[in-house]
Design a binder for this molecule. Structure first.
Ligand SMILES: Cc1cc2nc3c(=O)[nH]c(=O)nc-3n(C[C@H](O)[C@H](O)[C@H](O)COP(=O)(O)OP(=O)(O)OC[C@H]3O[C@@H](n4cnc5c(N)ncnc54)[C@H](O)[C@@H]3O)c2cc1C
Ligand SMILES: *[C@@H]1O[C@H](CO)[C@@H](O)[C@H](O)[C@H]1NC(C)=O
Ligand SMILES: *[C@@H]1O[C@H](CO)[C@@H](O)[C@H](O)[C@H]1NC(C)=O
Ligand SMILES: *[C@@H]1O[C@H](CO)[C@@H](O)[C@H](O)[C@H]1NC(C)=O
Length: 442
């Protein structure tokens, strides 16, 4: 019996953990190195759209996630000034209903994944800061000087990825998007204390509500089974270039939204403190892999969170890479061991195919988020009136091939391509193609 491949993952975020769980389920040995001493996820709520919940369903984690989340029935777009309903995108009508659209607290999401990974036998080492990567030896050096080798190294080290710089051979920091976000959560009781029937009504619904306004938008939804609520407000970035997050000034924030829907303003009044986050993204990288080292998630495609897809894409990457590596390991075992590896395929070849499977897709989503930035933030005027007219008239019908809706947000074909994706199945098809190409080359 040949040995299992050993994957070493840098970063225990959603992306790294998704890869770790899926790769372990495929029989790989997996170690995760995380620089923080304690996993205390920053951030508030996170949406898990159907393309990611499908993956969790396929690997048996969905029920655990559902226990601590809310199944969202729809996303509604409203006008900033008066809360007028512009458009409702119902799960099931416009989107695939076989897999749920979940909303969850980021801390719950990460904790469930850590537990699952540990139960499966993944080693998670906290306080392990990776300082250097050696592409020839396939090894990593920690701050302590310890060297850790793996058959595959996965850089899931997020927005400020140092493995990205190492793979590209130069510094490649993310760029400003022009927007920042205020993020926070409220308890149900804090919102009930507002004693406002409209706020209560909003809180009783399992939906994602968005208000679209000039240069800003707001997103509100329940987490923790409806016991807490998440609010994100975006606005033009006014943080200095080198500041990533900062404690926000509440009166400055309230002043910015003072002419918005009274319901939103009442919710805002429940904030006791708030954090400002500069939102960054990165243009498409030339490559995601070098030797036996590959990137996933925000390390290789940070984008604006305007399609609720950032973490979902990291999960997709993890699933695609784990599926290909699992099939590779099975093929190695069938062929009698590692010496035979080069006769079948090499790990760099697998990583190249993983990149081919994911890179163009994530770029499409990155550009989709920029397009939503425009849609969400139109200033009042002709273009905004036209947008609102189109949104109100949406029929959720798939257009003939070659035709597209004015906005991807309401484009059924686009949305199906995004949230309707079956990543694991796509990865299997990719594998079959790789094998048939080998056969024809022989
Ligand atoms: C305001 C806002 C709202 C968002 N909303 C959503 C949403 O609704 N849905 C969604 O899908 N996405 C959303 N996102 C995006 C989402 O948060 C990210 O895309 C996702 O968390 C990326 O996961 P990751 O695992 O790639 O990286 P991260 O979560 O950043 O994890 C990287 C990990 O690597 C560790 N690390 C870094 N360097 C090293 C090192 N040298 N050695 C060891 N460890 C290291 C870090 O400590 C960290 O734990 C949002 C983002 C923002 C800013
Ligand atoms: C809540 O509002 C109602 C009427 O809107 C009022 O009768 C009631 O006293 C209020 N309760 C509190 C605790 O403020
Ligand atoms: C907070 O914002 C208000 C309103 O914009 C301003 O008057 C005040 O000085 C700010 N406070 C701090 C501490 O910056
Ligand atoms: C899931 O679908 C969303 C669109 O709603 C998309 O932005 C995201 O990238 C998709 N995730 C994956 C992993 O494909």
């Amino acid at each position: 019996m040949s040995q299992s491949l050993h994957a070493v993952v840098v970063g225990a975020g959603i992306g790294g953990l998704a890869f770790a769980i899926l790769a372990r389920k495929q029989g790989l040995r997996v170690s995760v190195l995380e620089k923080t001493e304690q996993l205390t996820p920053v951030g508030a709520g996170i949406q898990i759209p159907p393309n990611a919940s499908r993956i969790w369903s396929q690997c048996g984690v969905l029920e655990k996630l559902k226990k601590l989340s809310v199944v969202s029935e729809a996303t509604q777009l409203r006008r900033w000034k008066n809360g007028e309903l512009l458009c409702t995108r119902t799960v099931g009508e416009a989107l695939d209903e076989r897999w749920p659209w979940l909303v969850i607290h980021r801390a719950d999401y990460q904790r469930i994944l850590v537990q699952e990974a540990q139960e499966l036998g993944v080693t998670i080492r906290l306080g392990s800061n990776v300082h250097a990567v050696d592409f020839d030896l396939g090894s990593l050096t920690l701050g302590s000087g310890e060297v850790i080798a793996g058959d595959i190294i996965v850089g899931a080290d997020g927005l400020w990825s140092s493995l990205r710089n190492a793979i590209l051979g130069h510094e490649s920091p993310p760029q400003e998007t022009g927007d920042l976000a205020y993020r926070g959560t409220f308890s149900l009781s804090a919102l009930q204390a507002l004693n406002d029937t409209q706020v209560d009504e909003l809180c009783s619904k399992n939906i994602v509500t968005m208000w679209l306004g000039p240069g800003s938008h707001a997103v509100f939804y329940p987490v923790r089974c409806g016991k807490e609520f998440n609010l994100v407000l975006t606005r033009p970035d006014n943080l200095p270039p080198n500041i990533r997050t900062e404690k926000g000034n509440l009166s400055e924030m309230v002043a910015l939204f003072q002419h918005w829907d009274p319901v939103l303003k009442r919710i805002l009044s429940a904030f006791s403190s708030v954090l400002k986050w500069k939102m960054l993204h990165h243009e498409e990288l030339t490559n995601w892999a070098r030797g036996n080292v590959a990137l996933l998630g925000d390390a290789c495609h940070p984008s604006l969170p305007y399609q609720a897809q950032g973490a979902a894409m990291a999960v997709e990457d993890g699933a695609a890479l784990a599926t290909l590596l699992g099939l590779y390991q099975q093929a190695l075992h069938r062929n009698g061991g590692a010496e035979e590896a080069s006769k079948i395929l090499t790990i760099p070849k697998i990583l190249e195919n993983y990149e081919a499977l994911q890179k163009a897709r994530t770029t499409r989503l990155h550009l989709g988020s920029i397009s939503n930035q425009h849609l969400y933030h139109l200033h009042d005027g002709k273009e905004q009136e036209e947008r609102d007219r189109i949104l109100r008239a949406t029929e959720w019908k798939e257009r003939p091939i070659g035709e597209a809706e004015a906005f991807i947000w309401i484009d059924v074909r686009y949305q199906m391509a995004v949230v309707g994706r079956d990543t694991i199945s796509d990865a299997r098809v990719k594998w079959d193609r790789m094998i048939s190409q080998l056969d024809t080359n022989e």
